[in-house]
Design a protein around this ligand. Structure first.
Ligand SMILES: Cc1cc2nc3c(=O)[nH]c(=O)nc-3n(C[C@H](O)[C@H](O)[C@H](O)COP(=O)(O)OP(=O)(O)OC[C@H]3O[C@@H](n4cnc5c(N)ncnc54)[C@H](O)[C@@H]3O)c2cc1C
Length: 493
């Protein structure tokens, strides 16, 4: 095992996994330098302020706060000194074209009661589905999220027989949608639960039923709201890094990783060489191989893998309050299958998109001027750089405004007083995420977890990976875990 004292670690990128890798390594005694190409930290977790409105630019749904807390505990710090959050009683407000509105309450009992009231169905199937999702997560899912699944020895531990016993053939062989149709039956419930595939940028008609464990995280464990909004997460972890002595170089794009005889020696940034004993790359795994290592062969291999979806996001300052909306709102399409065919196969805008709106001014009114709201409006889009992106953006905007106006009962266009947009191209250029994919590679394939790159390079000694494009995948709780796994590897090597 490497003795960290006096050893130097370089982190490429200050996304949430880069920041948490930095803090963990500093806690173990490494001298840590973070190189970030932007003039801000946080990567996809960023803030946009415009005309008195403030918007969380990327993630908006926060689950599993204990994973974040674990980072602070590891560093010997008190979590509550850096970060606070609250429970949400209602996870999402769900709106359907026929006027049905379903509140996804936190906790089984309240949600089941709401479904009984709104859909007038026997809810025993839903209750058993939620129980099964919990079991699936506890018995199988945790192995795929918390363990080094690319290591043979992981598969010889005591947890494996229990996981194998819990594994049903349909978790792998059925699509999430077919599984939901069989288990939940009611089309609205099926659609609500199919949507969880999008939490890692997958397609419920292709992704294996196993992904239905994602529902457990929000529906059983619950969603939370960080005080100050999602930007408070990177703010807290950045402050932790500073307190742990991590040094930051902003506006410092890493141009290449220097290797000698299959071992990393350091990096080049701003025309200078910086040497290090270990390197953790938080940059997309494709760019790391293709550009930073100029390893075109491995880069091409990774490029072939299917990406998770990207998105079109409109940040709209709205000059009125909509009382029927909450923090998280969903406006579903009538034909989810057709919508996914448009998004993933035809790669064209769909006329009736499913729209997600996040409004943090519902929690903290100061995020918008008095009597106004800050809308983060999200529509799924394939991870593709369109040749005519402006036209595509205009079409999606038109569909989005038409649909919301219809469902909210008034023309919303005159109420949009300020606007900013984020597209696959801007996601790619801001964060170096290949094709603007939100969650790295997709989980549509049942072997996706194994195909995803591990947290350590088998080609270059001294090179480690943390972030949404590597094991265990995208999303904040998973990125935090990837940093933990990468650091475990460093300490074990
Ligand atoms: C619109 C949107 C909505 C999302 N919604 C959710 C959600 O609700 N809940 C959730 O959990 N997750 C969500 N996600 C996913 C989540 O944001 C990501 O999985 C996670 O933030 C990725 O973190 P990361 O550590 O991989 O780094 P990233 O955020 O990808 O950042 C990588 C960093 O590395 C830097 N970098 C890259 N290359 C170099 C280089 N060569 N030199 C120097 N610096 C470099 C980049 O500038 C960037 O700062 C969403 C993402 C987006 C974009």
């Amino acid at each position: 095992m490497l003795n960290p004292q006096g050893k130097k670690a370089i982190i490429i990128g200050s996304g949430i996994a880069g920041l948490s890798s930095a803090a963990r390594l500093a806690a173990k005694g490494f001298e840590v330098l973070v190189f970030e190409k932007n003039d801000f930290y946080g990567g996809k977790l960023a803030l946009h302020v415009q005309d008195g409105y403030s918007f969380d630019m990327g993630p908006s749904i926060f689950t599993q706060p204990f994973v974040l807390e674990d980072l602070f505990t590891y560093c010997g710090k008190r979590f509550s000194d850096y970060f606070s959050y609250q429970n949400l009683q209602i996870n999402t407000h769900n709106f359907f074209n026929d006027g049905t509105e379903i509140l996804a309450y936190k906790g089984k009992a309240n949600f089941v009661a709401e479904i009984k009231k709104k859909l007038d169905i026997d809810t025993s199937r839903l209750e058993s589905y939620l129980l099964e999702a919990e079991r699936m997560y506890n018995d199988i899912g945790k192995i795929f999220l918390d363990e080094h699944i690319h290591d043979l020895k992981t598969w010889t531990t005591a947890r494996i027989p229990k996981a194998l016993k819990a594994l049903k053939w349909q978790y792998l062989m059925k699509s999430m949608h077919d599984y939901h149709t069989q288990k939940l039956q009611h089309p609205k419930l099926v659609q609500m639960f199919d949507r969880f595939a999008t939490y890692n940028g997958s397609n419920p008609y292709e992704a294996p039923a196993m992904l239905s464990m994602i529902a457990h995280l929000e529906m059983n464990e619950g969603a939370y709201y960080p005080k100050g909004g999602m930007i408070s997460i990177p703010n807290a972890v950045y402050q932790l890094c500073v307190d742990m002595g991590v040094q930051f170089h902003f506006n410092s794009k890493v141009e290449s990783i220097i290797t000698e005889e299959g071992k990393t020696e350091g990096i080049i940034a701003n025309g200078k060489i910086f040497f290090a004993d270990v390197i953790v790359t938080n940059s997309d795994v494709f760019y790391t191989y293709y550009d930073l290592l100029a390893d075109k062969e491995k880069g091409e291999q990774i490029r072939q893998m299917e990406r998770s979806t990207s998105a079109m996001i409109f940040y709209w300052g709205v000059n009125k309050e909509y009382k029927q909306l909450g923090l998280h709102n969903l406006f579903f399409s009538d034909n989810y299958k057709e919508e996914f065919d448009y998004v993933s196969k035809l790669q064209q805008p769909y006329h009736d998109p499913t729209i997600y709106i996040n409004i943090t001014s519902k929690m903290e009114p100061e995020h918008a001027p008095t009597g106004c709201e800050n809308w983060f409006v999200f529509v799924n889009k394939p991870a593709v750089i369109d040749a005519h992106e402006d036209d595509v953006t205009a079409t999606i905007k038109q569909h989005t405004i038409a649909k919301l106006s219809r469902m909210l009962g008034e023309d919303i266009a005159p109420h949009i007083v300020t606007e900013h947009t984020l597209t696959p191209t801007s996601i790619q250029s801001r964060t170096n995420s290949y094709l603007g994919a939100l969650y790295g590679t997709s989980s549509n394939n049942r072997m996706a977890a194994f195909k995803r790159h591990s947290n350590v390079s088998s080609r270059y000694k001294g090179l480690y990976f943390a972030g949404g494009s590597v094991h265990p995948g995208g999303g904040i709780p998973l990125c935090l875990r990837s940093a933990k796994l990468a650091v475990e590897k460093i300490l074990a090597d």
